[in-house]
Design a protein around this ligand. Structure first.
Ligand code: ADP
Length: 189
């Protein structure tokens, strides 16, 4: 289906830095429709369900970080991708519970691909200017985060597939919190 939904979280670094409005503007400017929104301080169960340890995800995080750190001339001393994934997962769960986040569901044609494009890469240091992570968090890096034993603070979460979006939306929102309404931009989509 061309029209997709995605779960967006403005993570606590975005909330604490006062970037909620700027991030929402980017989403609206690009022509995506916000169909649900609320501020949530996640409990442990929600945080654990959102950041479930999945083998494919762990492998991807491990490979992505290893490639970046070696290319950046750093060392990468980890060997077991599941162990590495477990460490990042626990950092993510802690960070998600550090303070309230803004949760949203956005909808639009190719929403998942488009929102990930405007969000930027996982490591803000690699995110090009013009992206949310590149414009507002570029000094954040894997090196800094890993040295400090914490998550890479990259302001925003966006679902990475239709399947994951469905799962994540159901975790954060009930059916009656998702709204259907028309906007001027619908005429252009
Ligand atoms: P994305 O949010 O870009 O889809 P991932 O799903 O790969 O990224 O990872 C989830 C989150 O875990 C990232 O947004 C980031 O905050 C954190 N993260 C990923 N890799 C690392 C790492 N090597 N060090 C610290 N935090 C990381």
């Amino acid at each position: 289906m061309v029209k997709e939904k995605s779960l967006i979280l403005i993570k606590h670094d975005g909330v604490a830095r006062g970037l909620i409005g700027k991030i929402i503007s980017r989403i609206e400017d690009i022509g995506l429709k916000i169909i649900a929104m609320k501020m949530v301080w996640a409990n442990e169960e929600l945080a654990k369900n959102h950041y479930k340890l999945d083998e494919e995800w762990a492998k991807n995080v491990f490979e992505k970080t290893k490639k970046a750190r070696l290319e950046q001339g750093d060392e990468f001393q980890f060997e077991d991708y599941m162990e590495y994934g477990k460490m990042i997962q626990s950092w993510n769960i802690n960070f998600l519970r550090e303070g309230p986040v803004v949760a949203m569901v956005i909808e639009g044609p190719h929403a998942i691909e488009i929102i990930r494009k405007i969000v930027g890469t996982t490591e803000p240091r690699q995110s090009p200017p013009g992206t949310i992570r590149g414009d507002f968090a570029m000094t954040e890096s894997y090196a800094l985060a890993n040295d400090k034993q914490r998550v890479a603070r990259n302001l925003i979460h966006a679902s990475d597939s239709v399947k994951n979006a469905e799962h994540e939306i159901a975790l954060w929102f009930s059916e009656d919190e998702l709204h259907e309404y028309s906007k001027e931009l619908d005429k252009h989509n």
